[in-house]
Design a protein around this ligand. Structure first.
Ligand SMILES: NC(=O)c1ccc[n+]([C@@H]2O[C@H](COP(=O)([O-])OP(=O)(O)OC[C@H]3O[C@@H](n4cnc5c(N)ncnc54)[C@H](OP(=O)(O)O)[C@@H]3O)[C@@H](O)[C@H]2O)c1
Length: 394
């Protein structure tokens, strides 16, 4: 049965790809959701002010304090009286702002503070910012109560639905043989390692099936995103890495599958559109009618599944390695990758140099425990510094 109360939502990263699609879901369902607070980096103040004028939140936060004067001016011009919160502390305050659900659509490791703030404040956390779970695994898991953490990644929303659909008593881990995470394969699917030598940022940013922010788009081209998702699946569903398989499915319609011990496989299918997993996380456990288009069953279509080429795309195998090592290893993998993606987009690092450099940084790291924010941030900082040294000489 569907709840008849309006759910208040804090939206972090509102000006990004996930943020704008979340606002689209909210705008089309005024009887289900309202916006309690918005937060963004500060790079698109005008868009943020327009969003505030449309959704009338109680508070608006920007991470960059130097964006505050322009934001205040843009809000005043639109008659918006929301409280303005500034700096990373302001974003964390927005994360803990009174609400039912916080959707974290910030990109990268800097989303960790907000993830922790939302969980500590007892909010339901709809998590698009997978990086915060991956780097802060033990910390985030210790804080999250059952049902408090909901995935927004389409693959993990699919896995949650497959587990949910498994039987009348709901998910039963002992009935699961393995999780099958699908990957589009990105724009360079089918290429050998040698054929990846000269690919450009423009080519890497042209994803065949998904329209996303620049970092996750490059991560999809290197398959680092799939590596992060394998770690995310392990942390969310407590399934060992040897029971998580990645298959390449270029059509991006089957978003993931669960194989059960009796040999049955349940898959979740829908056209590639993030508004479906966003709506599911915002409305969970209720569905939001018409959240996204459905598969057109009147037209002929073909779905294909291929094994991953680990030689051309070693990022997933490397992610399994750091995920199994645990502790600070996933934070190092992620931080080194964020530096390398920036260097690649700036034309300072070849495409193959991204994962090669991440592997080099990971191999030099001595894994320690990651039980506190300081331990995670120390490892993150070390990996960034080392990746910068290596990319400066690449
Ligand atoms: N896009 C997708 O389809 C998709 C799918 C699955 C998972 N995800 C995950 O969702 C997250 C967001 O991805 P995206 O593609 O939406 O990224 P994006 O388009 O680059 O948007 C990032 C958002 O974060 C904001 N931001 C940057 N720094 C911030 C800070 N310090 N504090 C608060 N907000 C900050 C940006 O604000 P400004 O505009 O001011 O810079 C922007 O609103 C990532 O973790 C990604 O892996 C995305």
């Amino acid at each position: 049965m569907q709840s008849d109360t309006i759910r208040s939502v804090v939206l972090l990263g509102s000006t990004g790809s996930i943020g704008t699609q979340s606002l689209d879901v909210i705008a089309r369902n005024p009887g289900r959701f309202r916006v309690a607070a918005l937060a963004a980096g500060g790079g698109r103040v005008d868009l943020l002010a327009r969003q505030a004028a449309e959704f009338r939140p109680d508070a608006v936060a920007v991470a960059d304090p130097s964006a505050v004067p322009a934001l205040r001016e843009a809000l005043a011009a639109r008659g918006v009286t929301a409280r303005v919160l500034a700096g990373p502390e302001g974003v964390a305050e927005a994360a803990a702002w009174p609400s039912d659900t916080v959707l974290n659509g910030i990109t990268g490791a800097l989303g960790l503070t907000s993830t922790l703030a939302a969980l500590e404040a007892g909010r339901v956390l709809a998590l698009a910012n997978k990086e915060s779970l991956i780097i802060g695994g033990p910390l985030v898991k210790r804080l999250a109560k059952p049902g408090q953490l909901l995935p927004v990644d389409s693959e993990h929303a699919a896995l949650a639905q497959c587990l949910w659909a498994a039987g009348p008593t709901g998910p039963d881990a002992s009935a699961v043989r393995r999780l099958i995470v699908t990957a589009s394969g990105g724009p360079f699917r089918g290429r050998s390692r040698a054929e990846l030598t000269d690919v450009t940022p423009e080519q890497a940013l042209a994803h065949p099936t998904w329209s996303m922010g620049p970092v996750i788009t490059v991560n999809s081209a290197t398959l680092v995103n799939k590596g992060l998702e394998v770690i995310e699946a392990h942390l969310l569903f407590d399934i060992g890495f040897d029971r998580i398989t990645v298959v390449v499915h270029p059509q991006s319609v089957v978003h993931s599958m669960v194989e059960f011990v009796d040999g049955s496989v349940i898959a979740q299918a829908s056209p590639p559109d993030m508004r479906l997993p966003i709506a599911l996380a915002l409305g969970w456990p209720d569905r939001v009618a018409g959240a996204a288009p459905t598969v057109d069953w009147t037209r002929s279509s073909t779905w294909t599944f291929d094994p991953l080429d680990d030689e051309a795309f070693p990022a997933v195998a490397l992610a399994r390695q750091v995920g199994s090592a645990g502790g600070t290893a996933p934070a190092v993998y992620n931080a080194a990758n964020e530096v390398c993606v920036e260097a690649f987009l700036a034309g300072r690092l070849p495409f193959l140099g991204i994962v090669d450099t991440v592997a080099a940084v990971v191999s030099e790291h001595t894994v320690t425990r990651a039980d506190s924010v300081e331990e995670v941030l120390d490892a993150d900082g070390w990996a960034r510094a080392r990746a910068r040294e290596l990319t400066a000489t690449a």
